[in-house]
Structure formats: C-alpha cells, structure tokens
Design a protein around this ligand. Structure first.
Ligand SMILES: *Cc1c(COP(=O)(O)O)cnc(C)c1O
Length: 585
C-alpha cells in the first residue's frame, strides 16, 4: 500500500457521478469536486465516506405538486472495487464489522485519489446493523449517531487496516467529528495508557482540520449524552473533555451574541454532544467556506480562530461541451490551469453567444420532452435549482405575481426553469415546491415555467449552462457559500443574487451579474422579503431583460466577465491550493 499519502478527507456524502446517488446536495458535490482537484494537483490524499446503498432518493412530483420519494438501488459493483481488508467498530457493545469499496478519481495528469466507501452490509452483522450504511441522512438521531460512529471511528480504523500512514484528518462538516475519538485512543494506546490526557488532545489537534459549512442550526448535529453513552459506551474521559469545554464555550458565545441572528437552537447544548464543538475543540485549523460565512461562524462560535477558504467547483467537470470546445480553442490548457480562464475576456462575443446557444438548445429539448411548456431558445430564461428548503426562498420571485406577469408581457418575455429536491423530512421544503407548482399553473398563460423532477448532478449541469441568468434568493446570512452560481459563471451564465455567501466576493454590479438588494450590515436583521422581491423585479424590469433583448453585446460582456473574473477564481483548483498552503502542510 502506498503509505506516502498523508491527508485523509472525511465526508458523509460525496458526489462523484450521477449514477452513484451517494450525495444529497451541495456538500457532497463540493466533496467530489475537492477530490477531483486534489487528484489534478497531485495532493497525497485519500477520501472516506459511507456507502449509501439505497441512495439519496429518486424524486417525483405528483399532480398536486407534492414530492414523492423512492429509494434508488444502484449496482455498487459496477462502480466500486471491494477491498479485502476489514475493520470494526463497537456500537451498543456489539461489534459491527465493516468492509470498504474503492473508487478511483483520476487527475488530469494521471494521479489517482482513492475514495473508500464504508459498508456495514455484511452477513456477520445483525439485520439492523447491516442497514446502517443504507440511507444518507435517513432514520432518527440514533441511526445518525451510529452512522457517524462508522464514518469517524470506522473510517480511521479502515485507513489503518488499508495500511495508510495518515497525518492530516480533514473533517468536511461535523459528521466526521468522532474520528477525534479514534485518534485520541490511538495516542493513549501508543503511550501505554488507558485514558486520555491533555497531551493526547494536543497531539490530535495537531492532526485535525475542520471545515464548517452552514450557519443553519439544523446543519449542526447534536446528540443527547445518554444516547451517546449507550452507543459508544461509558467513555467518561471523552465526555468530560467535550462536555466541560462545550459548557465554557456556550458561556463565551452567549456573551458575544450581538443578536446577529437567532442561534438559540444551536446553543441548547447542555447535556448533548455537539459535533461542531467537538470538531472545533480538536482541530488545529478551522475554516468557513466564504469570507462572510467565516465572519458569521466567528460570531456563532466565539473564541475560536476560524479562517476562510471560499468554496469552488471543479472547472472541467462543470463546463458544458460547447463551452469546453470554445475554451480549448482560445485558452488551451485551461483545465490544467484554471487561472488562465481570465483570458476569456478576449474571446469574440459572437463565439461566446454561439457556444451559449449550443448549451441552451439541449436544455430546451429536455424541458419540452418532459413537459408541455414548449419553451424556446430565443426567450430570456431564468434558472433556479438547488435543495428545496425554506431559507433558500425559491418562491421569492412570486411575491408579486402581478408585477412579474406585467414584466413578462410589457418588458420582454420570460421563461423560468426550477428544480431541486426537498429533504424527505423537510415539510417546509416540500410546501415550497408545492407553492412553486401552484404559481406555475396560475401564470401558465403569460410565463412558461417548469419544475423539473429529480435534480441531480447531470441535470444540474444541463440547467446551469443552458439558462441565461442564474437566480439565487437565500435569506442572508444563511447561505454559507453556494456553489451552483459558480458552476453557472464557468459557463458564462451570470447570477442575479442576494448578496450572501460567495456572491459578496464575486459580484460587481452590471459587470459579473446583478445583486438583489444591498448587502446586510453588521448587526442588521435580514431585509424584509418584500424589499428583496422589489429589488429583484426592478433589476429584471429595468436592467436585465432590456439588456438581454436590446443590448446583446453588453449582455455578452457580462457573460465574458463571469468567466474571466469568477470562473478563473471560484474553482476547486484555487481552493485546494489554499487548503494545501493554509491547512494541510
Ligand atoms: C451544485 C449542486 C448543488 C448546490 O447548489 P447550491 O446552489 O450551492 O445550493 C446541489 N445539488 C446539486 C445536484 C448540485 O450539482
């Protein structure tokens, strides 16, 4: 085994191919892009995740607009190679046996980053344990905690069984936090001790890196300590450490709350194991995923040093065929060197437009084959596709449907393409889909609109590259980064977005796209949704639609600047270089 690999990247979900439904959304897709760029840059990394055999569900939407979910069984053997090594974890005093399956991500220069999928579905395990690696984010808290034991503790043990000598453990979100417990045990054991000391804690901190991904409280796992005790056993040394330090931190955080926004839920940590605090306490390097998100995280978790590394996307993966051809002709070597996309500014306008139309046509064909919308390539088309959840406010466009109708009739006609899955337990997200569905019906005569089913990486690539403007309407400051707008920018599709997440860094008004409203200031509450909606209509009515129909050259300039200024920067190649510089070595 190649023991020169020193960095292990842990993620509960990883999106590698559409055929492998092992991801739910942005976090998993980012993980896949991160690994692809690590392979391109020959970073000595291995990745660890769980094998979600039942996949993240297949979505359909019934005639009333309500989401239906079905498991997706996928042929694991078609994608992955079973490894002979075994490892195990103890859950509720039972030994749960684990195997792993390997997937190889090939970098552009032939360097491979292996991804290991942990699998508890073995005959030696009980029926219940076998199902532990079946459902991504499925089941209740108990099920989730058991999965996190497998990912964190099982992951470390499997890496050892595979022969790796890992020195850096990167936790992509708190789900992997329990890897710290396995590392603490290793330290104590190698010193011949049975319990953990502060030296062990320092040694483990030296090895760990933690990336936090969201300010939304539901994104931060916490488990009742009684549950944790029953699942991992009476590890009082470990609880003492996490619990007491958690209590101190709560006090500090409470003092620094600034009323920035309401974090009460997250702070109710007494008597719980909070995976975020666990990871924060045991990591040497911590980062948020955009500059703004790091600021917000420093307010949420006062007292920690939280740096920023802004997310990116894997350029060669997310640029569609026609644009790839264009870049190959004008910017040879752009895949190896994403910075060179800055030269897109000198690609002739007509060629950029042609490539865009080549991307728009297949999207229109797809839409028209699935629906009766009869969309066309000449009409200005807005796209909105991402996880359907309330804070993303997918219905902001419909605050004033009368005004939207008027814009489409009087200023220039408009088509809208929606897609996105709601988490099976997110009733608010499902209600949002239903509302969009209903508005779609009521506007049918004036505005062609569709909600495409079963959003996945393949559909994402088609929508993101084939619309004219990418719409993003989160409630600030809850969008930590967002990556779909970066994918759009790489395809020359500018954003019309709330100033939150990455867009605060990528936005130059009228140059790289357009903002909705102003940036919220320190201590200020989110804007009233109707204010944001008014700004959204204003931009469409006064600027974007007229520019699209009547000042095409100017519109294409915005497309070129999207590639030049944003595509060249908001990619995982730049991001991975920053992790190497700041976090890994
Ligand atoms: C990129 C991507 C996302 C993330 O989109 P955001 O706008 O960042 O929320 C989610 N799902 C899929 C399938 C994606 O490709």
């Amino acid at each position: 085994m190649d023991d020169r690999r020193t960095i292990a990247y842990f993620s509960m979900e990883i999106g590698l191919e559409s055929g492998m439904p092992n991801y739910s959304g942005g976090l998993g897709v980012l993980a896949g892009d991160t690994i692809r760029s690590a392979a391109d840059l020959k970073v000595p990394m291995v990745a660890i995740t769980l094998l979600h055999r039942k996949g993240f569900f297949h979505q359909s939407i019934d005639s009333s607009g309500w989401q239906r979910e079905e498991p997706v069984e996928w042929a694991v053997e078609d994608f992955l190679e079973e490894m002979p090594q075994r490892a195990s974890v103890t859950i509720e005093e039972r030994v749960v046996h684990l195997r792993s399956w390997k997937y190889e991500v090939n970098g552009i220069g032939g360097f491979v980053v292996p991804v290991y999928f942990l699998d508890a579905d073995l005959e030696e395990n009980s029926e219940w344990d076998r199902a532990l690696s079946h459902f991504l984010y499925g089941g209740d808290q108990h099920y989730r905690l058991c999965q996190e034991v497998i990912l964190g503790i099982g992951g470390v043990r499997m890496l050892r069984a595979l022969g790796y000598n890992i020195r850096r453990f990167h936790m992509n979100e708190g789900h992997a936090g329990l890897l710290t417990l396995a590392l603490l045990d290793e330290e104590a054991k190698s010193a011949g001790r049975g319990s953990i000391t502060s030296d062990d804690i320092e040694a483990v901190r030296e090895k760990c890196i933690f990336t936090t991904h969201t300010p939304v409280p539901a994104g931060h796992d916490q488990f009742p300590l009684d549950l944790v005790r029953s699942v991992i056993g009476p590890r009082e040394d470990f609880f003492d450490m996490t619990d007491s330090s958690t209590q101190n931190l709560i006090k500090r955080v409470l003092r620094n709350r600034e009323n920035f926004f309401d974090m009460k839920d997250l702070l109710r940590s007494e008597g719980t194991l909070n995976m975020t605090y666990l990871a924060l306490n045991l990591s040497r390097y911590i980062n948020g995923v955009a500059k703004k998100h790091s600021e917000v995280s420093r307010l949420m978790f006062a007292g920690y040093s939280i740096d920023a590394i802004t997310n990116g996307v894997h350029a060669a993966t997310w640029v569609t065929k026609s644009l790839q051809g264009l870049y190959d002709r004008y910017i040879p070597g752009w895949r190896e060197d994403n910075f060179s996309l800055r030269y897109a500014i000198s690609i002739p306008r007509q060629e950029v437009w042609q490539a865009h139309i080549q991307a728009k046509k297949p999207l229109m064909r797809y839409v028209n084959s699935r629906t009766d919308a009869e969309m066309d390539t000449d009409t200005f088309t807005l796209g909105f596709a991402r996880r359907a959840t309330t804070y993303k406010r997918g219905d902001l466009l419909f605050q004033d449907t009368e005004r939207l109708r008027r814009i489409s009739l009087e200023v220039g006609s408009l088509q809208v393409i929606y897609a996105g899955k709601a988490h099976p337990q997110d009733q608010g997200g499902k209600a949002l889909i239903k509302r969009i569905f209903e508005v779609k019906k009521s506007l049918k005569k004036e505005i062609k609109m569709v909600y495409l089913e079963n959003y996945d990486m393949e559909l994402a690539k088609m929508i993101i590259s084939g619309v004219d403007v990418w719409l993003n309407t989160p409630k600030p400051p809850l969008e930590a980064s967002g990556t779909s707008g970066m994918k759009a920018a790489l395809n020359g599709v500018p954003s019309l977005s709330i100033l939150d997440g990455w867009w605060i860094e990528g936005h130059i008004e009228g140059v790289t796209g357009w903002s909705i409203g102003e940036k919220i200031k320190e201590g200020e509450k989110s804007h009233d949704p109707s204010q944001d909606a008014a700004s959204l209509y204003e931009k469409l009515e006064k600027t974007i639609i007229p520019t699209f129909y009547h000042k095409r050259d100017h519109f294409i300039d915005v497309m070129r600047y999207s590639i030049t200024l944003n595509g060249s920067f908001f990619n995982t190649q730049r991001m991975m270089q920053q992790y190497v510089l700041k976090a890994y070595f």
